[in-house]
Design a protein around this ligand. Structure first.
Ligand code: GDP
Length: 297
């Protein structure tokens, strides 16, 4: 199975899926449209959260960074008058140096990710959606800006006019993603931001065509009619769809199995599960229920 992932909701589900599936049954393709070079290194927030989750070292409170990390370099840079946009932990930064050094030596993001996964002891296949630069740009009354400048820099405190994926037309799916699209029959669009996490993966040239004939399963990231965290609702409205499960589905198009939360007001064809994950036990329970549904459908 291929799981399409962003950086919070789907990694929570991966925590459960990795307990239920053999490593060779679980492959993850990860959004890279929120990546940014910071202090000389490429920060890939969603890829890192997925790798840390599968390696068992993710910070499960914040769903970014490494549990128990220190922030000495970040804080000292701040005191030197060089504040960083993202709070990068020291061990997290070591991972970014590992990746960026390999890329400076000529490796692609895919190759560097594979080396990193090996070094972290991750057995599942984790691939970036593309090796080409793609950036989610947010248009606001103060102008257009990178997703991280909007969401972290300005804490999302500006109206959103529209969103654009800079670089998407020229980007190709990564070799690993193309390989998975040939080999795997089931694709799960995980419970992630449908606009800025799953959207870029589906928007890569050629991906929609290659999905035809596969079993597409989508789990909504909305619980009780709203996102558990993050800017999904504003972004959905800025894309012209309601911030509801109907809106999620209209962004995805036709899927074979649509899973919404038990309390959802969605009235179309779907399956209902308790999709809120507050603990590892929740993640394992939801992963088990989901796999049962997929095997029966
Ligand atoms: P991003 O890269 O930070 O946007 O991360 P994601 O897109 O992966 O995660 C944000 C989305 O995950 C939000 O839309 C949340 O509603 C969703 N999410 C977070 N936790 C949960 C959960 O426990 N259950 C479900 N169904 N969705 C969740």
């Amino acid at each position: 199975m291929i799981v399409a992932s962003g950086g919070t909701g789907t990694p929570k589900l991966l925590l459960g899926l990795k307990e239920q599936l053999e490593p060779d049954e679980l492959s993850v393709v990860v959004n890279t449209a929120e990546d940014m070079w910071i202090s000389g290194n490429l920060v890939t927030p969603d890829l890192d959260t997925v790798l840390y989750t599968l390696a068992g070292i993710v910070d499960e409170q914040r769903w970014w960074g490494i549990a128990g990390d220190s922030f000495l370099t970040h804080e000292f840079l701040h005191s030197l008058g060089r504040p960083e946009l993202l709070a990068l932990g020291d061990r997290d930064r070591a991972v970014q140096i590992f990746r960026s050094d390999l890329m400076r030596q000529g490796e692609s993001l895919s190759d560097a990710t594979q080396h990193l996964a090996q070094a972290l002891g991750v057995k599942q296949r984790v691939v970036p959606m593309t090796d080409d630069p793609v950036s989610t740009m947010i248009s606001t009354p103060s102008g257009e800006m990178h997703f991280q400048d909007y969401w972290v820099g300005l804490k999302g405190n500006l109206p959103v006019h529209s969103l654009r994926l800079k670089g998407i037309d020229k980007a190709r799916p990564s070799p690993g993603f193309l390989h998975l699209l040939k080999e795997e029959k089931v694709v799960l669009l995980g419970p992630s931001n449908p606009v800025t996490s799953i959207g870029p993966i589906l928007a890569l040239p050629g991906v929609r065509e290659r999905l035809s004939g596969k079993k597409i399963v989508a789990m909504s990231p909305l619980v009780g009619g709203q996102p558990v965290s993050g800017p999904a609702a504003d972004f959905m409205r800025a894309c012209g769809v309601p911030a509801s499960d109907d809106g999620v589905l209209s962004l995805y198009g036709k899927v074979d199995l649509f899973i919404v939360d038990k309390k959802s007001r969605y009235r179309g064809e779907c399956a209902r599960l308790d999709t809120l994950m507050r603990s590892k036990e929740d993640s394992i329970r939801l992963a088990r229920d989901l796999l049962e549904l997929i095997s029966c459908s």
